[in-house]
Design a binder for this molecule. Structure first.
Ligand code: MEV
Length: 325
């Protein structure tokens, strides 16, 4: 369900992992509420080769300075283990809310676990979450789980096969497989980078106000109804829930004039659209009307966004292996 285990492999080895967008429930998931994520078919790929010293993209200082690689090496590559020369290439814009850091963590963890003797996918998910959370200081395992599992996954949803359960202190998140209806989506980066940790903290403060529990209950209701609409392949229902989710995200202060400009640009050809990820910059996701996908992308490009037509990534984090002879 979550994909095959990561096999043993020796460097040089390459791994790749998909980015993601969040269809319902960002921010609320940090507080244990449900979320639905779509791993998108845009990937980050890393290559780790034996070397005389650690380096990232030719920079020997980078592995100590890059927050995610540093944390992954601290967790999984003990001092004295053979140095690796890392190269990375990505189809995902950075700091855009499209899961570039989760994909980087999942790809690096996949490569390191392969070099350490292989791993079950649940371990890849757990380690990837630890690396991202350790480097970021806050957050849920939603992004890294989507990147490890591929396809659609829910966090704290009510139905679907359980892939894994992750905890942090009192917090517990259950990650489940949600069947992919096979739809085409459009994601678009506004060009305004966002800071996940700062935005998560600001929203947490907002949710600590007296109306916070009521808001969280509404986030939960919308996400659960959105998951049901996906399961029923009800496009209008999904679109309606996306608009409701966007209204809640506006209410907690993470939409912006620029994101609303993108949402207005795509509205005439979309069944639903909302910001995706932390917000306060970053990206939107739209469900275009069938046959209007390219027009949706063009409308977003006309207002200066970096737009992509995407589908669910058919697989999650994995080694890129040469074909057996
Ligand atoms: C970021 O992509 C999604 C947030 O819910 C944070 C998290 O879940 O870690 C805002």
């Amino acid at each position: 369900m979550s994909g095959p285990p990561v096999p043993t492999a020796r460097p040089p080895l390459s791994a790749r992992a998909p980015g993601k967008c969040i269809l319902f429930g960002e921010h609320a998931v940090v507080h244990g509420r449900p979320e639905l994520l779509l791993a998108v078919d845009l990937y980050t790929q890393v290559l780790a080769s034996p070397s005389t010293a650690m380096a990232l993209d030719d920079d020997p200082a980078a592995p100590r300075e890059h927050p995610y690689l540093r944390r992954a090496l601290e967790d999984l590559w003990p001092p004295g283990a053979p140095p690796l020369d890392w190269r990375t290439v990505s189809q995902l814009p950075k700091a855009a809310g499209l899961g570039s850091s989760a994909a980087f963590c999942a790809a690096v963890v996949t490569a390191l676990l392969a070099a350490r003797g292989g791993a079950e996918r649940s371990e890849v998910a757990e380690r990837s979450f630890e690396v991202e959370r350790g480097a970021q200081g806050v957050g849920s395992p939603g992004d890294t789980s989507a990147s490890v599992a591929g396809g659609l996954v829910s966090v704290n949803g009510r139905s679907g096969a359980l892939l894994w359960e992750l905890t942090d202190g009192d917090q517990r998140w259950r990650v489940r497989r949600v069947p992919d209806p096979g739809w085409v989506w459009v994601v678009a980066y506004s060009g305004v980078p966002r800071n996940t940790a700062a935005t998560v903290r600001a929203v947490s403060r907002r949710l600590a106000e007296p109306d916070g529990p009521g808001l969280l209950a509404r986030f939960e209701e919308v996400a659960l109804a959105g998951i049901e609409a996906i399961l029923a392949e009800d496009r209008d229902g999904v679109g309606r829930r996306m608009s409701e989710n966007q209204a809640l995200l506006r209410e907690v202060g993470v939409s912006s004039a620029r994101l609303e400009e993108l949402l207005d640009a795509v509205a005439p050809v979309a069944t639903g659209a909302k910001l995706t990820g932390a917000g306060a910059g970053g990206s939107i996701v739209a469900l275009p009307r069938p046959g209007r996908e390219v027009e949706a992308m063009k409308r977003l490009r006309r207002v200066g966004a970096q737009a992509f037509v995407v589908r669910a990534a058919p697989f999650g984090a994995s080694l890129v292996l040469p074909k057996a002879p």
